[in-house]
Every structure is written in structure tokens, then in C-alpha cells.
Design a protein around this ligand. Structure first.
Ligand SMILES: [Zn+2]
Length: 320
């Protein structure tokens, strides 16, 4: 878990990390989140003279942001945890926002990161899996059931490799950092080799690495073109482990997307700017949004906003 106290502009005033304790079960994880947030709030009160006025939390899996419920997360093992209510009670009744980890990270990338100022963007982190956040006018679209943006499960190779989601040929089976690691380990014969090693081999001109890399880039471009045909984003923000390859990824990716579009407008394709603090920053922004929209001005929540910090906790990213 990553947590922070965030100022009104999203600036991180204090950061902390600790393990989720997920090996002790979902109840321990929830208790850990509540303790972490309460300790951070107490620290803020000591350090800044006033406790956090609101809290934001981002969690993986399926999230019902409207009801404030963490519905399901495969790696944390929980089901239907009313996190917003639990946190509100633990934090003395301050307003709490609950969000999905990738969409929350996308909110931060869109507002204060790589998409700063873009009215329409798509944020796609390439990590263990692939997810997406659809940014529209300063907010991130969750969809009717909380599944919007799941570009990793767009089928790009019909009949291809089986995916845990039940489908075959999903994008994340070909273009996630894990998929590239797996493919490269198999080709180079070193079971410990990963996507970063593959990128290095590409840079040194290894033809086998180049073939693995180009397969991933082509699959990614197929998936992204489907997304941009539907969404027409102004900026396409690519993050996650695979994006750390820099131009080794972005140069062939821009080419591959350009070759595939016909009538569509080519969006700007840029690397994510906030790294693994995106979720934390986004949770802080959600918390500040609660305070900014809190009315009337005389309410206890908003009277204490001026110099107040918000807490944010983010358990690690996983695919659903
Ligand atoms: Zn899938």
C-alpha cells in the first residue's frame, strides 16, 4: 500500500508505504487500510496542525464508487467491503471517496500528469495485465457497472492464447509486461528473463528479441486502434512497466498505430509522467474534489479545508 498526505494542488506533503498483509486474509487487509489511514491522519494533525479534511482510497479489482464498496479483488480476496463507510467511521466522519486503482491513476495522469489539460484522453498502463482509464473533461468514465476501460480484454488475436477472463486472444496476453517477459524467457531460454531484458536485447539489435517485441507492439497497436476508433482521444498515455523501455517502445508503437488508422485522427502518444505514485495522487485529487464540492461553506468539512491535507491509500495493482 502507498499512502500520502496531499495538499490542494495534489502535492504530496508526506508519503508512506507498507505491506497489505494479504497473506493473513481480506479482513487483515481491510484492518490494515483503516489503521494506515488513521495513523496518517494523526501524523498530519501533529505535523501540519490540522488533520486531513477528506480521504481518497483507490483499490484494485471491481469497485462500486457510487456506493463506496470494494466489490471484488482477486489478489486481496475480498468481496463487498463497504470501505467508504468503514473509513469514514474510522476517520472521525470526514468525507471519503473510493475509486478503482487504474481509473484513479488515470485521473491524476489526466489532471496533473502526462495528459495535463487534455479534455479527452485514454490512459493505458502495461503491467502485470493491461487496463485503461477513459478521461472525459476532468473525470474518468467508470461505465454503468464499473468495467469501462478494460482494453486488456479486447480480443486482438481471435482463438489465441487463453486468458483468465475466459476469453482467448485478449490484448493483455500479448502486450502486458508479463506477456512480453514470458515470451522473451521462452525464446532466449532464460526463465528469469523479463520484459526489460527483452527491451535491452532489442536495443542491442538481437533479431529474436526484435521479433518478440514487434509481436507485442503489433498486438498493442491493434488494441489501441480499436480504442481510439471508439473514443477519439486527444492524448493516449501509455504507462506501466513496459513503458519504461521509453523510445524502444514508443517509436515502433507510434509507427504501428499510424499504419493502422485510416479516417481516425491520430492522438498524441505519450509516456505516463507520474509512475507508481499516480494512484496515490489520484486518490488525493478525489478527496480534494469532495472538499471543493462540499457545500454550504459553513459545513464542518469545508471550514477546515484551507490548509488541510487528504489521505490516500492504494493497494497494489492487479488485473481483475
Ligand atoms: Zn481476457
Amino acid at each position: 500500500m502507498k499512502a500520502a498526505l496531499a495538499g490542494p494542488g495534489g502535492e504530496l506533503l508526506h508519503q508512506a508505504r507498507r505491506a497489505t498483509g494479504r497473506e493473513r486474509g481480506p479482513e487483515a487487509v481491510v484492518a490494515g487500510i483503516l489503521d494506515f489511514a488513521a495513523e496518517l491522519r494523526a501524523y498530519g494533525a501533529d505535523r501540519f496542525g490540522e488533520p486531513a479534511g477528506a480521504a481518497g482510497v483507490a483499490v484494485p479489482g471491481i469497485v462500486d464508487a457510487e456506493r463506496g464498496v470494494a466489490v471484488y479483488a482477486a489478489n486481496l480476496g475480498w468481496r463487498d467491503v463497504p470501505l467508504r463507510t468503514l473509513l469514514g467511521e474510522r476517520l472521525g466522519g470526514i468525507p471519503v471517496a473510493l475509486g478503482h486503482d487504474v481509473r484513479t491513476g488515470g485521473l491524476a495522469e489526466g489532471r496533473i500528469g502526462a495528459g495535463q489539460g487534455a479534455d479527452r484522453f485514454l490512459f493505458v498502463p502495461l503491467g502485470t495485465g493491461i487496463a485503461g482509464a477513459i478521461g472525459i473533461d476532468g473525470r474518468v468514465e467508470a461505465g454503468a457497472h464499473g468495467f469501462a476501460g478494460e482494453i486488456g480484454h479486447v480480443v486482438v488475436r481471435p482463438g489465441g492464447i487463453a486468458c483468465p477472463c475466459g476469453q482467448r486472444g485478449c490484448l493483455e496476453r500479448f502486450a502486458s509486461a508479463s506477456a512480453v517477459s514470458q515470451a522473451w524467457a521462452q525464446v532466449c531460454g532464460d526463465p528469469g528473463a523479463d520484459a526489460a531484458d527483452c527491451a535491452k536485447a532489442v536495443e542491442s539489435g538481437d533479431a529474436r528479441a526484435l521479433a518478440v517485441w514487434q509481436d507485442a507492439v503489433d498486438a498493442l497497436a491493434d488494441g489501441l486502434v480499436t480504442a481510439l476508433t471508439l473514443l477519439d482521444p486527444r492524448v493516449l498515455i501509455i504507462g506501466g512497466g513496459l513503458a519504461e523501455a521509453g523510445e524502444t517502445l514508443f517509436t515502433p508503437l507510434r509507427d504501428a498505430v499510424r499504419r493502422r488508422v485510416t479516417f481516425q485522427k491520430l492522438p498524441e502518444i505519450v509516456p505516463a509522467a507520474l509512475g507508481d505514485t499516480a494512484g496515490c495522487l489520484g486518490a488525493g485529487l478525489m478527496a480534494w474534489d469532495l472538499l471543493d464540492t462540499a457545500a454550504p461553506p459553513a459545513s464542518p468539512a469545508s471550514t477546515s479545508t484551507a490548509s488541510t491535507a487528504a489521505t490516500a491509500a492504494t493497494p497494489p495493482e492487479v488485473t481483475t
